[in-house]
Design a protein around this ligand. Structure first.
Ligand code: AMP
Length: 587
């Protein structure tokens, strides 16, 4: 299907934006069955519904004409729950109706009401606004609805949730009874059905969600975090995915403020959106995100409801949403109009069951894992640096001349290293975080989701054979329970210092005075060499056997496989009977 039946001026605006294929909700309203009728549409946010109702009202307000003509009292009214959403709708309709030459006026709470009134008095075709402000204008005589031909209620369920029922009814009552009524709602609770029954006539029901909830283009992640590491995990998620734009949701204004300050301090270009900001400040935040001056937005649910930011590739739930609907609404900021996105929930162990329930209720499956670790982010940074378009750009003559000057003064290695430092200096620091592991309370859901890293702590059956699969080499660290050895901090330390990934580490066995770790043979040489480098931790590492030998022939007693043992009880001897650990070279 094409936008051919959207009418000449709208089709032209759509083509200019390279919108060639209608989304399902747009295709539905373009089909002839909806001509002139009321419609009741359940469509997720991000489905292209703004353009859909823009197209749907065109035959009613334009008829066969190509231009709207002289503006007087409005012929169409769009009502949206929040200021941001209303302003966004206004922007979207401005370009869509550009060639139809529609005059569009926004009326939203927090903006200059007198200016809005003046604009309306000069004539408008379409008004877009929030319920409270629209009602004000109607009551004061600034908004006259006698000529209205179409009214659209956008995110109607949200408007009811926000307590706008009375305002909506007041506005609907003030419109001519023969108007068309278009109801758009992500969900269809009883309140919406009642509204539809009372104010719509013979409405055509359109359900583009097709029963499937959630966005196919959103990759859901449930990230286990230690409760005190929410902010650090947020930093690492932002650094790992490095989305052009990301949004982080918190449940309170205080949490938004705090996280915003933390991220700015770390060097992120971050803005915030919460109810305590003035409309001017909120507009400023949105503008910074739109024009790329800011790449991270920290927000509360209500403030960020329905907003559409270009290239928003990552949603982080620093606090779990209150319910499945909020989860979907938050997540729906990404994965819009066919683009891909990630929605990551940060889940402390005690909230794991709630997270599972939320995901199940929302009908989405998440991949469970620990937070991105420093070494994983460094690897990604390295790849991003190698792929940086800067390196592939054709240099200007001046650049080449300067480059040659540099080459005369410095070796290529020095110049390369300086470039790496410059690249790194732009990046906010990575945090050292731990994967708190899959505890009894933090099980991943049984089906379809699994942690993507092996678990070693808290009774996790050592996945040695599974995770390492091939030959392995044992190393000994000269710290044990006496020095608080714990896989929680040992794992990230070994990965970082030994420059290996978690997958290269098998069993970790902690004894009173030392710890034995199993490293995949393929990574062992590099690991040993890296561990030999001086570091601040003073932990001595020695190799126990040259090959995959000892532990493979006959594993030590099972309870040794279980990571940290209870503080009481004697540590069993290692290596087990019949396996003599060689006193290997010091690494
Ligand atoms: P909405 O659901 O109205 O918030 O729209 C989500 C985003 O998709 C907006 O940025 C729209 O401009 C964009 N969009 C709408 N329709 C199309 C289309 N047919 N092709 C590509 N993008 C679209």
């Amino acid at each position: 299907m094409t936008f051919f039946n959207a009418g000449v001026p709208l089709a032209r605006a759509l083509a200019e934006r390279d919108y060639t294929t209608p989304t399902p909700v747009q295709a539905a309203v373009l089909s002839s069955d909806t001509d002139g009728r009321d419609i009741l549409v359940s469509a997720q946010t991000g489905s292209g519904k703004t353009v859909a109702y823009g197209i749907a009202i065109a035959p009613t307000i334009l008829g066969d004409k190509e231009r709207m003509g002289q503006a007087g009292a409005p012929v169409a009214l769009i009502i949206a729950p929040t200021r941001e959403l209303a302003l966004q709708v206004e922007r979207e309709l401005q370009w869509l109706y550009r060639y139809a030459e529609a005059r569009i006026v926004a009326c939203v709470g927090g903006m200059d009401a007198r200016l809005e009134r003046r604009k309306m008095s000069e004539g408008a075709h379409i008004i877009v606004g929030t319920p409270g402000r629209l009602r004000d204008h109607i009551e004061r005589g600034g908004l006259v609805l006698q000529k209205l031909k179409a009214i659209v209620l956008d995110e109607a369920d949200e408007m009811l949730d926000l307590g706008f029922r009375e305002d909506l009814e007041f506005i609907l009552e003030a419109t001519p009874p023969e108007r068309r009524t278009l109801l758009f709602s992500a969900t269809m609770p009883r309140g919406i059905a009642a509204l539809a029954k009372r104010y719509q006539r013979d409405a055509q029901r359109i359900d583009v969600a097709g029963g499937e909830r959630g966005h196919a283009d959103i990759d859901y992640r449930a990230v286990r975090v230690a409760p005190k590491e929410i902010e650090h995990a947020t930093v690492n998620l932002l650094r790992y995915f490095e989305a052009q734009t990301a949004i982080v949701f918190c449940n309170t204004r205080e949490a938004v403020r705090h996280l915003h300050a933390t991220l700015v301090e770390r060097g992120f270009s971050a803005v915030l959106l919460s109810g305590e900001l003035s409309q001017h400040e909120r507009n400023h935040s949105m503008q910074a995100l739109r024009d790329g001056r800011a790449s991270v937005c920290i927000a509360t649910d209500v403030a960020a409801r329905g907003i559409d930011l270009p290239n928003l590739g990552l949603v982080i739930h620093a606090d779990l949403p209150h319910d499945a609907e909020a989860l979907q609404h938050r997540s729906g900021r990404t994965g819009r109009a066919g683009r891909k996105g990630v929605s990551a929930l940060l889940v402390p162990a005690m909230r794991a069951r709630r997270a599972e329930r939320l995901l199940a209720e929302a009908g989405v499956r998440a991949q469970w894992s620990g937070p991105p670790l420093a070494e994983e982010i460094r690897k990604r940074d390295q790849q991003r640096m190698l792929d940086d378009p800067l390196l592939k750009e054709t240099p200007s003559e001046e650049d080449i001349a300067l480059g040659q000057l540099l080459l005369g003064e410095r070796t290529p290695e020095e110049i390369g290293a300086a470039l790496v430092r410059l690249y790194r200096a732009r990046l906010p620091a990575i945090e050292d975080v731990i994967d708190p592991g899959e505890t009894r309370d933090a099980r991943p859901p049984r089906e379809g989701s699994r942690p993507d890293k092996p678990q070693r702590e808290s009774g996790g059956k050592a996945p040695r054979a599974k995770s390492l699969g091939g030959p392995a080499i044992w190393f000994r660290l000269d710290i044990g329970r006496n020095k608080n050895a714990d896989p929680k901090w040992l794992l990230p330390m070994l990965c970082r210092k030994g420059d290996i990934t978690r997958d290269a580490i098998g069993a970790i066995r902690i004894f009173d005075h030392d710890t034995r770790i199993e490293i995949a043979a393929s990574a062992a040489a590099g690991f040993a060499a890296n561990m030999r480098r001086p570091g601040g931790d003073n932990i001595r590492v020695e190799q126990l056997d040259g090959e995959s030998g000892a532990p493979k022939k006959g594993p030590p007693p099972k309870d040794h496989d279980k990571g940290p043992r209870p503080a009481h009880g004697p540590a069993k001897k290692f290596p087990p009977k019949g396996q003599k650990a060689k006193g290997g070279k010091s690494a």
